[in-house]
Design a binder for this molecule. Structure first.
Ligand code: SF4
Length: 341
């Protein structure tokens, strides 16, 4: 796989500030709210133009909910989302509509996200005509042909239905549909997770090439750190609704600072068979997001937990240039306690 190109500017295209999404729990149709699922509980990050930020973590950590809330497929409970300097979490949906053109999503399962009754031509024409981006039939044809070229599918395949394509080809159609309205931010929600290993690599390379060509920003949501390493500039690690570490890719893979990140990375296969990596096996299940643990949410599984971890939530603090982590072990004032624990 090719290395991702360098990010192009420092200006954030997307800023997410203290985002929360709590789902109410009702035990019956007429019953009141008996509690909340704290799926996303105070998440902040920014993505620059031409940059890929990967959001990683185990299944159920809230990473897909972050993506859907940014897109306002789910309404946020609290927090702010800014697209290119414009706040979008609190504007009416009719005002959001033109901005949706700029942020699109590629889902995990291209088959269920593509209308099986529409030919590829109709699938790609829909966003172009909806946003009024072609003034004539020939311009529409040209745009569709250009999209097929961009995702490296034959132009005459526009006359086929989704079921006539392989999984990887269907995901190329999903990417073409995301590009069709001229998006500059694409949220890839486990976009390669369902594909075979070799096809995953092809789609990741395609996304990298498109990013280089079009200056796209990508929010790459994945549980697969081995794939993330090939596409991303920076990585944000989520655990139980919170980001516990953010760093540029090289720093994070070489020197993770949060014990949860260390455990995730220890499970990533090392390409060099002569290199050994000590696997860290986490004990216990991921706690319920309905009743997250007090203090550090990771303390019930952390091999380094000490008394303070159970009562005080660690703040994200800078632990190295370009690297922040939420762990008391990296609080200079707490280190003597941590070492003695
Ligand atoms: Fe582990 Fe404590 Fe750090 Fe949480 S704050 S990751 S429990 S050492």
């Amino acid at each position: 796989m090719t290395a991702p190109p360098a990010a192009r500017t420092d200006r954030p295209l997307l800023e997410v500030k203290d985002l929360k999404k709590h789902f109410p729990i009702r035990t019956g149709f007429f019953a009141g709210i008996s509690g909340y699922v704290y799926a996303v509980d105070g998440v902040s990050f920014a993505i620059r133009r031409g940059e890929t930020l990967s959001l990683v973590g185990e299944s159920g950590c809230g990473k897909s909910t972050v993506g859907r809330t940014v897109l306002r497929l789910l309404e946020p409970t609290a927090g702010e989302v800014w697209l290119d300097g414009q706040r979008i979490d609190d504007i009416p949906l009719r005002r959001l509509r033109p901005l949706r053109r700029r942020m699109q999503v590629v889902f995990q399962d291209p088959f269920s996200s593509l209308n099986p009754r529409l030919k590829v031509r109709e699938i790609l024409a829909e966003p172009i005509t909806n946003f009024g981006l072609a003034s004539s039939a020939s311009e529409l044809d040209d745009r569709i042909a250009d999209l097929m070229d961009k995702v490296r599918l034959p132009r005459d395949a526009v006359n086929r239905y989704p079921h006539e394509f392989s999984g990887g080809q269907r995901q190329r159609i999903g990417i073409a549909r995301a590009l069709a309205p001229g998006a500059d931010l694409i949220i890839c929600d486990e976009a390669v997770s369902a594909l075979d290993v070799s096809v995953k690599a092809q789609i990741v390379n395609l996304l990298s090439d498109l990013q280089d060509e079009l200056g796209l920003s990508l929010l790459f949501i994945s549980h697969d750190l081995a794939i993330v390493e090939h596409i991303t500039h920076r990585v944000a690690v989520m655990y139980l609704g919170k980001i516990v570490e953010i760093a540029d890719k090289r720093t994070l893979f070489a020197a993770p600072k949060h014990p949860y990140t260390e455990a995730l990375l220890s499970a990533v296969p090392v390409p060099d068979p002569t290199t050994r990596r000590n696997r860290i096996i986490l004990t216990g299940d991921v706690p319920s997001p309905i009743r997250p643990p007090s203090g550090c949410r990771f303390h019930t599984r952390c091999p380094h937990a000490f008394d303070r971890c159970k009562v005080e939530e660690p703040a994200l603090r800078t632990v190295a240039p370009g690297q922040v982590a939420a762990c008391h072990l990296h609080d200079p004032a707490a280190q003597p306690v941590a070492r003695a624990a």
